[in-house]
Design a protein around this ligand. Structure first.
Ligand code: ADP
Ligand code: MG
Length: 264
């Protein structure tokens, strides 16, 4: 693909036949899908089904074994699996957000909350201190963190606040796509709903183009337009979220859905 290709009809992301093996262990196998602008798609499946492997391959944090990850970047429609390292890093830093399950992976725990947001802006070339602080303050408000906490380090925050901060630190650079790997599953059940609610507000307000991985079919349905059900590294079923949840075709999906509908 050439640099000149910035066709508006191209999807933001086109993953083709992506496979990842860890030695002889399959992480994920022959995954293909597209993500359009403003779309939220959810990968749902139980632990070990390959969700994290897939997200890490898309983000370039893991080398793929096979397949392509075409990304409609400001440098053209580029296969990130084959792009030159410098370009891939630049794109990953400025145009792709990654929210990890564990906030400590995406945050510096000992620098201030405002500093965690500001650092991303500086990494993308912003220099004006007053401007950086102003934007950081706005983002703390957007993710419902009291701005009085701006100079506190995330190590002093609850897990759920840390997660909200990690989300702000990722959104501040206005990435074209954002990947989230089990953003709520490290949290107490009592605060998970609040985070899901915030994510729903953010996806609507900013028309986020989001790939979400979760083992929780309810969260997947609330946030996603389309769902991909994963089992043993493969996609076993896909479709509109409501259709998958209300009328699952595959026995595995039926089991997954019934497990959240059955009390106990
Ligand atoms: P999920 O995120 O859905 O829980 P993963 O992507 O973590 O699934 O795992 C998919 C498969 O790949 C599992 O069988 C898992 O044991 C294996 N796997 C994941 N990471 C590694 C690794 N670093 N080395 C070897 N096998 C791995
Ligand atoms: Mg995982």
């Amino acid at each position: 693909m050439t640099d000149g290709m910035k066709d508006k009809s191209l999807p933001l992301l086109r993953v083709q036949n992506l496979s990842k093996f860890y030695g002889r262990t399959m992480g994920c196998h022959e995954i293909s899908f597209e993500l359009g602008k403003g779309e939220v798609i959810g990968f749902v499946g139980e632990s070990g089904s390959g969700k994290s492997t897939l997200l890490n391959c898309i983000a370039g944090r893991l080398a793929t074994t096979n397949g392509s990850v075409f990304f409609n970047s400001s440098d053209g429609f580029i296969d990130l699996c084959r792009a030159e390292e410098m370009l891939r890093r630049k794109i990953a830093r400025s145009e792709i957000g990654f929210v990890a399950r564990n906030p400590a992976e995406g945050l510096k725990m000992d620098i201030s909350a405002g500093g965690n947001i500001g650092e991303r802006l500086m990494a993308n070339g912003m220099r004006h201190y007053g401007q950086i602080r102003k934007i950081a303050r706005q983002w703390l408000e957007t993710v419902e963190i009291d701005i009085k906490r701006m100079d506190d380090p995330p190590s002093a925050f609850s897990g759920e606040m840390q997660q909200r901060l990690q989300i702000a630190a990722n959104l501040v650079t206005d990435p074209k796509i954002i990947l989230m790997d089990e953003p709520a599953s490290g949290l107490d059940v009592s605060v998970q709903a609040r985070l899901v609610d915030l994510l729903r507000k953010l996806t609507a307000r900013f028309s986020l183009s989001l790939v979400l991985a979760t083992h929780d079919p309810i969260m997947a349905r609330i946030l996603s337009h389309r769902l991909y059900v994963m089992k043993d590294g493969r996609i076993v079923e896909s479709g509109l979220s409501d259709q998958i949840m209300d009328d699952p075709r595959e026995p595995y999906t039926q089991l997954l859905v019934s497990s959240v509908l059955t009390p106990g």
